[in-house]
Design a protein around this ligand. Structure first.
Ligand SMILES: [Zn+2]
Length: 61
């Protein structure tokens, strides 16, 4: 696992005005950004279909 970002793909830097997320600066970083994006899209898709299913059920009652 990448020790620079601890496998999170980036660093969160605290400022007085808030937190800033920086992509991992390490060239040895093994974080799989594509995989993370794919998983996020899948999660959104699942979330949407759950909402649709719920609306459908409510409409049917
Ligand atoms: Zn990293």
């Amino acid at each position: 696992m990448c020790t620079t970002c601890n496998g999170t793909g980036g660093l969160t830097i605290e400022h007085s005005w808030g937190a800033q997320f920086l992509p991992c600066p390490s060239s040895d970083c093994d974080y799989d950004r594509e995989q993370a994006i794919r998983e996020e899209k899948e999660a959104i898709k699942r979330f949407r279909s759950e909402i649709y299913a719920r609306q459908f059920q409510e409409g049917a009652v």
